[in-house]
Design a protein around this ligand. Sequence first.
Ligand SMILES: *[C@@H]1O[C@H](CO)[C@@H](O)[C@H](O)[C@H]1NC(C)=O
Ligand SMILES: *[C@@H]1O[C@H](CO)[C@@H](O)[C@H](O)[C@H]1NC(C)=O
Ligand SMILES: *[C@@H]1O[C@H](CO)[C@@H](O)[C@H](O)[C@H]1NC(C)=O
Length: 376
Amino acid sequence: MLTCSADFRGLCRASTILYLSLLLISVLATACSKRNCKVLEACASTTDCGPGLYCGNCTALGKTRPVCTRDQAIIPTSIINGLPFNKYTWLVTHNSFSIVGAPPLPGVQRVTVYNQEDTVTKQLRNGVRGLMLDMYDFENDIWLCHSFQGHCYNFTAFQPAINTLYEVEAFLRWNPTEIVTIIIEDYVHTPKGLATLFTKAGLDKYWFPVAKMPRKGEDWPTVTEMVQDNHRLLVFTSDASKEAQEGVAYQWKYMVENKPGDPGVKPGSCPKRKESKALNSKSASLFFQNYFASYPVEAEACKEHSAALGAMVGTCYKAAGVMPNFLAVNFYLRSDGGGVFDAVDRMNGATLCGCSTITACQAGAPFGCCKNVSAH
Ligand SMILES: *[C@@H]1O[C@H](CO)[C@@H](O)[C@H](O)[C@H]1NC(C)=O
Ligand SMILES: *[C@@H]1O[C@H](CO)[C@@H](O)[C@H](O)[C@H]1NC(C)=O
Ligand SMILES: *[C@@H]1O[C@H](CO)[C@@H](O)[C@H](O)[C@H]1NC(C)=O
């Protein structure tokens, strides 16, 4: 490990003093009170918890006492900016559109499973930066839908895709330094269907051109360049023909990916998905990690997002030799405290600055020169 330069040793010492005095203050203070409880501190309602936290429990792990639980990601570029896009790890929601409580179509009882609990706008505001969307031809339009024998039916349909894409457009417009990735499971056969849809949603102006995507495992442009060029939307499709026909990147040309569903949560192994090159292939510079059970169970998600998640990130890291760039989960809000947010922080900390977590990183400091931060 590199040692810190003299300048940074000074900085590190100053932050240690600050850290120690904060520790002293928190020891002297009595139990947390309204609005300032920290992660894992007991709470009665979300108003007891500080920003980025809600009051939750994890009964699946036998943790019935409600504690402040994270619901917001740290955007890594807010701490370490300017690196190639493929150095960062981003949080992704699997089936982002399949939201518990979403109203069914008129006159039809929806019969399907759900994967998330809040709207795509809220997901983006909470720091989700990747959306997995299943798109189908349906009702003379393109819809977000769960598959039933490869087709969309009223009883598995959510809504026209454009509604969700409008949410993405609004987010990109109001957040001019943020970058969003969309991964489409593509069942659309209408000619130019996707290109027309994205243009209609006003998303063409953020489009990262396929021609600029690295094909041989080179680094991506830096996030700074992507923001300057307004190339802030990456879209990948599972349908290879769309790249030549519509300019939508064929996913497995640019990224490797492990198996989705149960094989992706089975401890100790990280097999590649059928369509993907070997995980350690050097010819694709993005690595997409699926981490969700085949059958999503809301009440179990907090358990999946505890220690088992950290172990699986390690397993996939070993299999690929690089850190995953995307971590895709069901019910991303559910955890026993830090959940997927802590996992992504640790992944970014390790790759961006050689520290245990992103909050220990210091902009401009040598790799491995870390701030002392508490476990959370
Ligand atoms: C962090 O804290 C440990 C002891 O808790 C100390 O030995 C170390 O020097 C500190 N590091 C920095 C960079 O301040
Ligand atoms: C635990 O969380 C679940 C899901 O949010 C909730 O329905 C339940 O009321 C909570 N239990 C306690 C004791 O807070
Ligand atoms: C399916 O949903 C569409 C759109 O809401 C509706 O127009 C149509 O009548 C529904 N079909 C059936 C069979 O319920």
